[in-house]
Design a protein around this ligand. Structure first.
Ligand code: AMP
Ligand code: MG
Length: 181
């Protein structure tokens, strides 16, 4: 099975994936990490949070190369984004040519409350998270949902909306694992 997992930064995709890794034989691949490897090799960034600030043409190139690499893998769970907030606006993480490479069987959208997301971003010292107001996070969450359903229509893959509220990680992981039964 090929699964795409997406959500706004701070929704908790990576935390869920850490738990899922112990329960599945699927390979878990972080799309941003694949892009980062290429970007580092090209000497255009020094960390993953600089990728979204690159010129869009360059982001598209890195995105396309990563799609080809990940598309060649089977039984994979891809940790990625439906929309990426760039200085030019929302950049699609899964345009049709990426979907054609990834061929997802399932699209999982990880969500949490905007206040929870705000706090998680503030507390995460490992990343250079951009500040978004409560209203901006709400807009970003809405944009992701819309794009998830658009991707669903384009691919025929169902959408699972996964709530990852504070203290509910275990339940989110359990619901995610239902898809593999
Ligand atoms: P993450 O660690 O998931 O936050 O990903 C790091 C960065 O990789 C993101 O901020 C984006 O710039 C980039 N990225 C991840 N997935 C995609 C994608 N599907 N398309 C374009 N850029 C992506
Ligand atoms: Mg992450």
């Amino acid at each position: 099975m090929r699964v795409v997992v997406a959500g706004v930064p701070g929704a908790g995709k990576t935390s869920i994936m850490k738990e899922v890794a112990m329960k599945t034989s699927h390979r878990i691949v972080n799309y941003g990490t694949v892009m980062l490897e290429q970007a580092l090799a090209k000497n255009v960034v020094s960390d993953r949070d600089e990728i979204r600030k690159l010129p869009i043409t360059l982001q598209k190139e890195l995105q396309r190369d990563a799609a080809k690499k990940i598309g060649a893998m089977s039984d994979v769970i891809v940790d990625t984004h439906l929309t990426i907030k760039t200085p030019s606006g929302y950049f699609p993480g899964l345009p049709v040519w990426v979907l054609e490479e990834l061929k997802p069987d399932l699209i999982v959208v990880v969500e949490a409350g905007a206040h929870e997301i705000m706090r998680r971003r503030k507390e995460d010292r490992t990343r250079k998270r951009d500040f978004e107001s409560y209203e901006e996070i709400e807009e970003h969450l809405k944009a992701n949902r819309m794009v998830a359903f658009a991707c669903s229509v384009l691919t025929g893959a169902p959408v699972m909306v996964l709530q990852n509220h504070d203290g509910m990680l275990e339940q989110a992981v359990e619901k995610f694992m239902e898809a593999f039964k």
